[in-house]
Design a protein around this ligand. Structure first.
Ligand code: OAD
Length: 396
């Protein structure tokens, strides 16, 4: 699923920095003081145990569930051109994902504990749920690469929209409109949609992985660029730990890579235990429960499947109600075989938003193998203008 390096996997190679390619080996690296600048890179998999579905896991992921609805294709929910035509499906999703509804997981608490111990250099997250912040990671340690629900603005005149008004409207599943006289543009949270530029903080911090003395990648399929390239910019000989249900991004190919292919929460608990931090971690996580605002925390009595079913019904309902959506779909699909037209539509939007070579914008990885392998070799990856330090790699 994620981008795999084309270099043969050498999981048996002896480490050059670590004593062993295990969590114990990593724990020694940390507790001996060799890891003081830890860079963490995260995705939706760190929030699934909080009850938030990830995107791409077959069956439970948001995209496979949205696929059974009437969206032209699941990613359209985060597509700016589709949003202009029909913002309703995104607002339905926003209600489901809105911050305040979920408690940070023990994995979020682990990241925050690293900060508390003065070991966190930076946490790059693709998540829009703000749970790193809620767990106590301060804003200056966070790069929210795909934006967040923290602020929102008009997509036309860019005027910011008040947070309390947005929360109320999302709660009522009503689409927010710009309050500027004569504007009336659609308002969306400052989440990066496909085809949009990443936030300035991503570009300001893109060289930070070079400075890391340990990288921890958790809960991401590493399929969305330019984020997916970050782990390849960690220096040679610097340990990289992947905690994920599946192997992604070619992590495991380097001599000091460690793989823990299981639940994120289990992985951080085992690492904390090996570091002698178990009690501290659980205590720290316990503190996140009391911060949950009464009345806003969802009672997670439903299974994730029931949650997604409910979301699906809401989306279906919203789509039925929304005449502009029908007009848009009908216009695109009219008088053609619907499957063929749908394919054409998808290709057209893909080339508009992902395919025109602007790598500074959010897009799905395409040539995964070759791209990542080139990055690992320090040669150009086609992302040079996003990561201009690529060429410097061999000199560092
Ligand atoms: P994905 O859904 O693509 O990947 C989640 C990864 O986490 C997968 O590899 C899962 O196997 C793994 N996973 C899920 N639950 C886990 C758990 N409890 N423990 C360990 N691993 C687990 O999500 P992202 O990589 O975050 O963009 O997706 C990247 C971007 O694609 C998102 O930021 C989103 C989407 O389009 C926007 O929101 C704009």
């Amino acid at each position: 699923m994620g981008q795999e390096e084309s270099t043969p996997i050498d999981e048996g190679a002896s480490p050059t920095t670590l004593e062993s390619r295990t969590l114990d080996g990593l724990a020694k690296h940390i507790t001996s003081g060799q890891a003081k600048k830890i860079v963490v890179m995260t995705g939706a998999g760190i929030s699934t145990s909080a009850g938030i579905p990830d995107f791409r896991t077959p069956g439970t992921g948001l995209y496979s569930n949205l696929a059974r609805l009437q969206l032209p294709y699941p990613e359209a929910v985060f597509d700016i051109s589709f949003f202009r035509q029909n913002p309703k499906p995104f607002y339905v999703l926003a209600k489901e994902l809105y911050p305040g509804n979920f408690r940070p997981t023990v994995t979020h608490a682990f990241i925050s504990l690293l900060h508390k111990k003065g070991l966190l250099l930076k946490c790059f997250t693709q998540n829009i749920d703000c749970l790193e912040r809620e767990a106590g990671v301060p804003g200056d340690k966070l790069v929210e690469a795909h934006g967040s629900f923290a602020t929102q603005r008009c997509i036309e005149c860019k005027t910011e929209f008040p947070a309390d008004g947005m929360r109320r409207l999302v709660g009522e599943m009503k689409v927010a409109r710009c309050e500027q006289p004569r504007c009336n543009g659609l308002v969306k949270p400052d989440i990066v949609f496909f085809g949009e530029q990443l936030p300035e903080s991503f570009f300001r911090n893109r060289e930070v992985p070079y400075q890391a003395d340990l990288a921890i990648v958790m809960g991401t399929s590493l399929t969305v660029q330019p984020f997916a390239s970050l782990p390849t910019f960690v220096g040679e000989g610097v340990p990289r730990l992947l905690i994920n249900k599946e192997r992604v991004g070619g992590i495991g190919n380097r001599a000091d890579d460690v793989l823990f292919l299981d639940e994120c929460d289990k992985g951080v608990r085992e690492l904390a235990k090996a570091c002698g931090w178990s009690e501290e971690l659980e205590e720290h996580w316990g503190g996140t429960a009391s911060k949950a605002q009464p009345g806003t925390t969802k009672e997670k009595t439903k299974t994730m499947d029931e949650e997604v079913d409910e979301l699906s019904r809401e989306v279906e309902e919203a789509l039925k109600l929304n005449a502009s959506h029908q007009a848009w779909v009908n216009g695109e699909l009219s008088s053609k075989d619907s499957k063929l037209a749908e394919e054409k539509q998808k290709k057209q939007v893909e080339s508009e938003v992902f395919g025109e070579g602007d790598e500074t914008k959010l897009h799905e990885s395409r040539k995964k193998d070759s791209q990542d392998a080139k990055g690992e070799n320090g040669a150009t990856s086609g992302l040079d203008h996003v990561f201009p330090h690529l060429g410097k790699k061999s000199s560092l």
